[in-house]
Design a protein around this ligand. Structure first.
Ligand code: 5GP
Ligand code: ZN
Length: 115
């Protein structure tokens, strides 16, 4: 169920526009509004969950099971040399949106701007 005042739930519902990368019945992926590198994508479960501490094994499995196909779609679209997966949980770990998400950060070699 959509969580009140959650921007990522609003994105899933189409109430906030986003650049869709992938979607199925369980998972949505879209370009980060503030891309650290070209093709920076966020992968989220459609079911609202705050972060990894509050996520069921089933939801985690559904989310991570889609990442290979999404990573390959990003590789096909942007031709990066590699890709980082990043997941921040709680403010102390730089989580700023409290709907579980995995960052897919394509890497382009020296000088791609991400450290
Ligand atoms: P966090 O810091 O929680 O790990 O990552 C949250 C990410 O969500 C940030 O990289 C930020 O740029 C992205 N973000 C925040 N609001 C929006 C939005 O409305 N649309 C999109 N596409 N990305 C957003
Ligand atoms: Zn949400």
């Amino acid at each position: 169920m959509a969580h009140e005042d959650c921007i990522f739930c609003k994105i899933i519902d189409g109430d906030i526009p986003s650049a869709k990368v992938y979607e199925d019945e369980k998972v949505y992926a879209f370009l980060d509004i503030s891309q650290v590198t070209k093709g920076h994508t966020l992968v989220i479960p459609k079911e609202h969950t705050k972060n990894i501490y509050e996520t069921s094994p089933e939801t985690a499995q559904e989310l991570f099971s889609r990442i290979p196909v999404i990573a390959n779609a990003i590789r096909d679209a942007y031709q990066p040399l590699g890709i980082n997966l990043l997941n921040n949980n709680e403010e102390a770990a730089e989580q700023s949106v409290f709907h579980l998400h995995v960052h897919l950060i394509p890497r382009y070699g020296d000088g791609d701007g991400y450290y």
